[in-house]
Design a binder for this molecule. Structure first.
Ligand SMILES: Nc1ncnc2c1ncn2[C@@H]1O[C@H](COP(=O)(O)OP(=O)(O)OP(=O)(O)O)[C@@H](O)[C@H]1O
Ligand code: NI
Length: 335
């Protein structure tokens, strides 16, 4: 039923990833705690969860883009290629990440393309520069290589001489995607790539990203847009208060039997096209997490058992996940 098992030949294997920010007065913010997942070539994993739950911090940790007050634990192994050995993204030096990883082995489709593109240079100039940096294309092939990169991201070649501010949100997103694809990195990380786009453009952007995964890349898609996640993902990881609380097959999650963690069920039930029934309460502050299950205070099933952090069982971290038999018995009552 569920395929939360690690796929063999993973491009990325994350184990026990935690990120702590040191704050003034000895306080700390536990932005990511004990995250583990694998990503296979050609596969898309959607990382979903409400604003502030740690999704972008997790992505930044993988790309070595955390600020100086951050400390990481765990490992994030990027598989080797014919030309390069495997590398742990959490312990690699900044020099190694800058020269060998970012853009070349891990491409980032950023959360706000407007901020990622250089305002004073045309899209063509930025693409050509990135092609020059990341590939060994010769000078007189630069122009066609840049145009090829634009085409792969469905960016219209006749808009290449525009400046970022002359682009719509959708085209700016494609320009940023084109830049992320230049190095043909086996791992693509897209952080909220559809923010601010209307539904049609969301669908198109997501379908384009899916196509790049179908080419054999591994795609980590960060989003709080569950419809976009359903459209693109093979597997879904649900994050709450810095932890992945459920990880499983997208078909099971969005279809039958549905999410198993009470928070994940609440997320889906909150959708207007489903029950339109928001989860009461607010997530805890990551600087003041309770002991035990962080969702317990909002959870209708909470008991004394929830004072201990639940171990993941079959991809779900909850003391009250119903067994299959119980879930089936409950179905008529829930419907
Ligand atoms: N440099 C930092 N110092 C301290 N705390 C930080 C820092 N950067 C992020 N955080 C905290 O880490 C937590 C997770 O933030 P993150 O940006 O990963 O959330 P997110 O899930 O990506 O949310 P969104 O959907 O809004 O993008 C937040 O509580 C945020 O305040
Ligand atoms: Ni974010």
């Amino acid at each position: 039923m569920t395929t939360a098992d690690p796929p063999s030949g993973a491009v990325l294997s994350v184990r026990g990833l935690s990120v702590r920010f040191r704050m003034r007065g000895g306080r700390h913010v536990a932005a990511v705690t004990d995250a583990s997942f694998d990503l296979a070539p050609g596969e898309c994993l959607a990382l979903v969860g409400e604003s502030g739950c740690g999704k972008s911090v997790l992505a930044s940790a993988l790309l070595g883009l955390l600020p100086g007050n951050a400390r990481t634990a765990g490992s994030a192994r990027l598989a080797g290629t014919a030309a390069q050995p495997a590398i742990d993204l959490l312990t690699a030096s900044e020099r190694e990440l800058a020269r060998c990883v970012r853009g070349r082995r891990a491409g980032l489709v950023p959360q706000s393309p407007a901020a990622h593109l250089t305002p004073v240079r045309t899209v063509r100039a930025q693409l050509e520069e990135t092609v020059r940096e990341l590939t060994d294309v010769s000078r007189h092939e630069l122009r066609s290589a840049a145009e090829g990169a634009a085409e792969r991201a469905a960016f219209p070649v006749d808009h290449l001489d525009r400046y970022p501010h002359q682009l719509s949100g959708g085209l700016a997103q494609r320009a940023a995607t084109a830049l992320a694809l230049v190095g043909e990195a086996p791992l693509l990380i897209a952080d909220e790539p559809t923010t601010g786009l209307d539904r049609d453009l969301v669908d198109r952007t997501v379908d384009e990203l899916r196509r790049h995964a179908a080419d054999g890349r591994a795609l980590l898609m960060i989003t709080h847009d569950l419809a976009a996640a359903e459209r693109i993902a093979d597997r879904v990881a649900v994050m709450y208060a810095g932890r992945i609380v459920e990880l499983g097959a997208a078909a099971d999650f969005f279809g039958a039997p549905g999410p198993r963690h009470p928070y994940a069920r609440g997320l889906l039930d909150a959708l207007p096209e489903r029950a339109f029934n928001p989860i009461p309460g607010q997530p805890p502050e990551l600087g003041a997490l309770p002991d035990g299950c962080a969702f317990a205070a909002r959870c209708p099933h909470a008991t004394a058992a929830c004072e201990a952090v639940p171990e993941p069982i079959d991809g779900v971290s909850c003391h009250h996940v119903p067994t299959d038999a119980q879930a089936r018995a409950q179905e008529p009552a829930d419907a």
